[in-house]
Design a protein around this ligand. Sequence first.
Ligand SMILES: N[C@@H](CCC(=O)N[C@@H](CS)C(=O)NCC(=O)O)C(=O)O
Length: 210
Amino acid sequence: MMHFYSSPGSCGIGMRILLEETGAPFEATLFNLAAKEHLNDAYRAVNPKTKVPALVREDGSVLTEFQAIAFWLADTHPEARLLPTDAEARLRVMEVLDYMVGSVHMRGFTFVIVPGKFTQNPDFQAELVAHGTAQIATGFGNLSEMLGDKAYLMGDFSIADAAMFYMTRWALLKGIDMPANIAAHHNRMLERPAVQRAIAGEGIEVGRAA
Ligand SMILES: N[C@@H](CCC(=O)N[C@@H](CS)C(=O)NCC(=O)O)C(=O)O
């Protein structure tokens, strides 16, 4: 059986949603990142990058990085319809996923949520939070344009929506404003049974957007 490594409250919720969407059986190990539970030798042997999410597949091989795991899950579970089949549309999914993970998450939310990873100086931390907050505003602005009046980023649900959900959850927790269509996307995601199972599995609270 596959083994999923995550942490409640992390970006791992996005991947767990996709696992639940496939219906594939998996076991999970959940780390408390703040307590540095993921920085142990056993997990270093699984994922030397010591990040979550990571997925150990049935054959024992390990996949890391959100985009890679998501594309693999989608391609190996075509019946779950997590990715368009058209080459151009798949490329657009890759494009928006990379933007969300590489820019909005890494250059935005990371600075807002864990500025203490970068500096112990409270003034510098405040600058990082301000910088991250501005990056998130730009990011949500661009994502709002991409979403438009569609139900999901690509029209139909895809792996990209799971990534946006982990960030809309963080935005709610941090009191960060979201454009109305992004807030509606968050609430729409909450209606999906796979999202509800993933939230229960990670044991987290997820609010509705106003
Ligand atoms: N590029 C990685 C990023 C994953 C990542 O940054 N995960 C965070 C949680 S949201 C993490 O593992 N943090 C623990 C740490 O940095 O020690 C991906 O796309 O999966």
